[in-house]
Every structure is written in C-alpha cells, then in structure tokens.
Ligand binder design. Structure first.
Ligand code: GDP
Length: 465
C-alpha cells in the first residue's frame, strides 16, 4: 500500500507524545527521529528530509500550549501543514493557450507509463469538453506507435503518425499543422523514451520543443522508482553520481530534464502501486517544478490532479474522502452525487446512500484503492479486501430487505427490534448482523461529519481513534 510504511512510521511519532502536557525540546526528540526515519524509509530525498525535520522541530517547540489541543495533535497539525507546503501547497492546474491549440509535450524514460498517460490525458481533457489529438513522436519503438493508436481509438481521440522514418521534430511540426487545420483544442505529443538519459535524447527533445513552442512540457515520472531501485538512468555527463545519491533518482531525473529542456511540471504514474511515496514528496522542493497530475492505475480513467492537501491527508492516514466522493461523482449521475455529497456533509447519510455508494465503489473497480481512501482503512491486505467485499455483499442483502421508509430513516430500525427481526429473516441473516449494520451506519454518519467539519475548519480529527 502506497505510503503505508510512512503512515505507520509517523503514527509511532505521535504515539510517543501521548500523555504529555506540552511539546518541549526534550519530549519531541524521539518523535522527530521517528519522523526522520519514516521519511527516509519512504525514499524522500535526503536534503528534503533534513530541511523538513528542522522546520517541524522549530515550529513544534515554539507553539506552546493551545487549549483543547493535545501535544500529539499539535505535532500532527504541524507535520500536515509542512507536508502540504512541501508538495507545493495549492493544486497546480494545467495551463491552456490563450489562442490556437494548447500543445502539451510529454517526455520521460521508457516504461514509466508515458504512452498510457498520453491517452489518459486526452481522455481527461475530452471529459472537460476539449477536442484532442495525439501525435506519435516515439520513432524508435514501432510498438509504441501501435500502442498509441490503439489507446487513442479506445478513448476516441485521433492519433497523428508518420511511422518511424521521419524525424521527431518533423512529425511534431506536421502534427501541429494538422491540428490547427482541424481546430483541435489540445495537441498531446508523445516523445521517445529511452532507458537512460543521454545527450542525443536531450538534443532531440530540444528540437521538438523548439518546433512546437509548447504550452506545457511535462515529465512523466514513475513513482515506483525509489532511491535505489531501477536502472541507472542518468548519464554522468548530465548529472553527477554523488548528487544522484544525495537527492535520489526520480528527483535527479526531474532536475536534469528541467535544467536541460525546461519543463513546466511533472506527472507521477503508478501511484496505485507499491511506491513508498518519496518522489511525490520531493519533486517540487528539489526541482522547483510542481506535480500536476497523478496516474493511479492502468485504466483510462485513472488520472487525477495532484492535490497536496489530500495527499498529506492520505499520508497521515486520514484517508482521502474528497477523492472518494469525486470518484463516486464521476460514476454516478451528477445530481445523485451532489445529493450524496450534501448528505455526507449534513450527516443525513441513509441506507440508500450507503447502497449507492457501495455500488459505485464496486463499479470503480479496485477495492484496494477505494478502501485506502476511507479514513482508518489505510492499512489493508488482500485478505482484508476479500473480507470487505464479502461483507459489502452481505450488507447489500440486508439493505435490500428493508422497506423504502426504513432505508431513509435508519432510526426506525434502531428503535424497533421487530423491524430488525423482519429484515434479518427476509435476508437470511441474524438479528445481530442487522443491528451491527444499523450501528455502523450511525457510526459512519458521525465519522463523516467529524471529518468534513475538520477539513472545513482547517483542523484535524484526533488520531487516537
Ligand atoms: P512507456 O514506455 O513510458 O510509454 O510506458 P507504457 O505507457 O507503455 O506503460 C508501461 C507499463 O506500465 C504498461 O504495462 C502500463 O499498463 C503500466 N502502467 C502505466 N501507467 C500505470 C499506472 O498508473 N499504474 C499501473 N499499475 N500501471 C501503469
């Protein structure tokens, strides 16, 4: 699970402050070591870790006593705010050209998910009402062109190709011309991905960039690439080995590309995988360029903006309720989703919503990801997922056995053992199971309400439950 280790590492830091009255230089020493260790183990770049720990430490001993806030919660808040700042604070939106087509140039090493991102991005922009065209500029791998054509077809976007015998800059020029002729809003240009950065690759990219004068140059980075993992990418000509050791490979990569060709941002892929999260936390601080989008799976829908505050929430194990609601929104009818969101906020969440949500969740596919977004469920194993899927089925059966009135007013079931008995019999479950389901719904209401309140108020819920 993404960030799982980081989350538990940080948890052990807060736990050491339980029972303390106030944060002092002495009592934060141990927790600060935990935080440092957790970040390093998550592959966060060393200079970033140093600065982060220093800053958090300084703030922690300076805050003094705040009424009603426990020292461990104070530290969580400081770390949260610092994590958000580290990842760039605000979400960095894609920039669009004021006139003519917007050109997005994608660069990245082979295998990072660049071709997939081309199609995902077109799909994402198409949903926003923009017409898109893909340009196949990876002339070194015929398979890459074929793959782009197939993916383009899948998302309903045309792909401009010239085969492999034309120079990439020439393909780019002709592709752009074609897009202008067709009044296309956004042109997404794929470029060659090699196994390592070399001078020829950079020169070629510079040529393509010169021809296109792109609005965005985005580097696609594989989040799974840790400090040590993967091939040794970066040519020593371009980046010193000792620097790579110090800042980590993904970061060296972003920095190198930025220095060489000038990028406007990065796209992090494979965030659904077993990544330890270091790249997500270091890219902005070290390279100065924001992560704009993240890929979280192999499906065309799995592309989202990068929200630093939500990412911080996930790291702290608070889950990512907003992303969950947003995903659900995409799947469900628009009005249904708005209704659901309002209900979650208002804590009027009933069994109909429960059912809608679980069905939406099922449609969303990957339970792992969704469960990771639910507060308190950050550490899930495959066995737990199967268990959860089974219990969703059981819940569905019981909800289906309720009357429409009972679904809307769970209080009716809470108050009446007869009603619970009827539901139990009709669904072939025990009365105890029905009682548990009802209790669960009320717990969910309280939890959602607390969490939403905390998010709106800018504070954070207690970590102790
Ligand atoms: P390219 O060589 O950079 O063009 O990489 P591809 O787009 O061909 O992707 C390489 C592999 O990674 C393919 O098997 C993709 O299905 C997979 N992949 C791409 N993006 C993601 C992602 O966000 N999550 C996961 N799990 N796999 C991905």
């Amino acid at each position: 699970e993404m960030f799982g280790q980081l989350t538990s590492g940080l948890e052990s830091a807060w736990n050491k402050l339980k029972g303390e009255e106030v944060l002092t230089k002495e009592n934060i020493a141990e927790p600060m070591r935990d935080i440092r260790r957790a970040l390093l183990e998550a592959d966060v770049s060393l200079p970033v870790v140093r600065r982060f720990v220093q800053s958090v430490g300084d703030q922690a001993v300076g805050v003094g006593l705040i009424r009603g806030v426990k020292p461990d919660q104070q530290l969580v808040k400081i770390v949260r705010d610092e994590l958000v700042k580290l990842m760039g604070g605000e979400v960095s939106e894609l920039v669009f050209a004021k006139s003519g087509p917007t050109v997005i140039l994608l660069a990245g090493l082979q295998g990072v998910g660049k071709t997939t991102i081309c199609a995902k991005l077109a799909n994402y922009l198409k949903k926003q009402g923009k017409s898109c065209m893909l340009v196949a500029g990876d002339v070194y791998r015929p398979a890459a062109i074929d793959q782009l054509v197939i993916l383009g077809e899948q998302v309903g976007v045309s792909v401009y190709t010239e085969g492999t015998d034309v120079k990439p800059s020439e393909i780019a020029r002709k592709g752009l011309e074609e897009a202008k002729k067709k009044n296309i809003d956004v042109v997404i240009v794929d470029t060659a991905g090699r196994l390592q950065i070399d001078k020829a690759m950079m020169d070629e990219l510079k040529d393509v960039k010169r021809v296109l004068n792109p609005t965005e140059v985005l580097l696609v980075v594989d989040a799974m690439t840790g400090q040590e993992a993967g091939v040794f990418y970066v040519n020593l000509e371009l980046c010193d080995e000792s620097i790579i050791k110090e800042i980590g490979k993904p970061i060296a990569l972003v920095t190198t590309f930025n220095l060489e060709i000038g990028i406007t941002g990065a796209i992090l892929t494979k965030l659904d995988g077993d990544s330890r999260g270091g790249a997500a936390l270091s890219v902005k601080e070290i390279s100065g360029k924001p992560i704009k989008l993240v890929g979280r799976g192999e499906r065309m829908e799995d592309l989202e903006p990068f929200y630093p505050d939500r990412m911080a929430g996930r790291i702290l194990g608070m889950g990512d309720v907003l992303s969950l609601v947003e995903k659900a929104q995409e799947v469900m009818q628009q009005e249904d989703a708005e209704d659901l969101q309002k209900k979650i906020m208002g804590a009027n969440f009933d069994f109909n919503d429960f059912l809608k949500q679980t069905r939406a969740v099922a449609k969303m596919g990957s339970m792992t990801r969704v469960l990771g977004m639910i507060p308190g469920m950050t550490k899930v194993t495959p066995a737990q997922i199967r268990e959860a899927e089974k219990s969703l089925k059981i819940m569905e059966g019981m909800i289906e056995a309720m009357t429409p009135e009972e679904r809307e007013k769970p209080e009716l079931l809470a108050e009446s053992p007869q009603r619970r008995k009827r539901v139990a019999q009709a669904s072939g479950k025990t009365e105890q199971q029905v009682s548990q389901l009802v209790a669960q719904l009320f717990q969910m209401r309280v939890r959602m309400k607390n969490l939403m309140g905390a998010m709106e108020g800018g504070s954070i819920p207690s970590m102790s439950n």
